[in-house]
Design a protein around this ligand. Sequence first.
Ligand code: NAD
Length: 336
Amino acid sequence: MNENIAFFDTKPYDEKSFEQHNASVGFNITYFDAHLNKQTAQLCKGFDGVCVFVNDQIDAEVIQILLENNIRIIALRCAGYNNIDIKAASGKIKLVRVPAYSPYAVAEHTAALMLTLNRKTHQAYHRTRDGNFSINGLLGFDMHNRTAGVIGTGQIGRCLIAILKGFRMNVLAYDIAPDQAYADMAGISYVPIDELYSQSDIISLHCPLNQRTEHMIDRLSIEKMKPGVMLVNTSRGKLIDTKALIGGLKSGKIGYAALDVYEEEVDCFFEDKSLELMNDDILARLLTFPNVIITSHQGFFTEEALCNIAQTTLQNLSAFFQGEELKNEVCYVSPS
Ligand code: NAD
């Protein structure tokens, strides 16, 4: 393959992984640090395809600029595609993605966040390094016999459920497309969403972001939850109304929160902002809570996942340029 591909929002680890895997494929890849958005879309001039990540903003205007530059393929090197106007792309430009690169990576990170929040190892780490060996305030709870509510029982949800069942937790699940055969096999119960909210000690989100799920966790849903609930979001930031989350944390209704994703992450996640003033007051407030952990969209970030992302993305691009069937195409589905 000798097509020219523009990669956006790349970091040194992306470049290393893609260079390794592209050695036998042969695309001419140019790596841009910048996000793809309307300010940067003209960089596509002279390229045959583009490759994007979770925080590139591909709206109708960007799609129009890509089309004017004869780009006919956008390869997402991620699973979620909420950052693309699929309707605007439909019939004009092909979209391909990496539907599964390692559900284990995200599920294991989710479990790590749960254990950290519960046993307060983030605080213990700092205490012992400061010579403070007190355990006051570090009281946790047994995961064993507690109830976890998993929203979305796709690939990641199922991996997480297997881990939680290993802790001997009771697992309640909610999914718009429940799979009863899976539930019977895994020993979990599908319940209505309100029952999941009211019965769960830990709630973990594993459904996609779309019009139906945006702000599914809001003031009203938080009201339905158990006092002191732990809420974990490793899916997409906009599933949670962050202001409502802060309200829940302030009142104590939410006892713990872990976020690997955040509504406004596009401005800061994946970047070193340590020498700048923080101008996101909501994020700044979240970071003041000792019972909140924020990680910077690193759920996917394992060696295995990076390798699978590179392999599948290059296969998707090769299939397009060789006129083969696109196994991982994202297609627009009319809501009606
Ligand atoms: P998947 O498609 O395998 O599973 C999604 C599940 O959600 C499906 O079972 C689907 O039926 C269900 N669902 C859809 N709409 C729903 C709704 N309204 N309510 C309840 N359930 C609903 O996806 P996956 O691979 O398990 O990934 C889940 C999400 O994780 C992705 O959409 C992505 O946003 C996120 N993700 C995050 C990272 C990270 O690094 N933090 C990495 C990969 C994926």
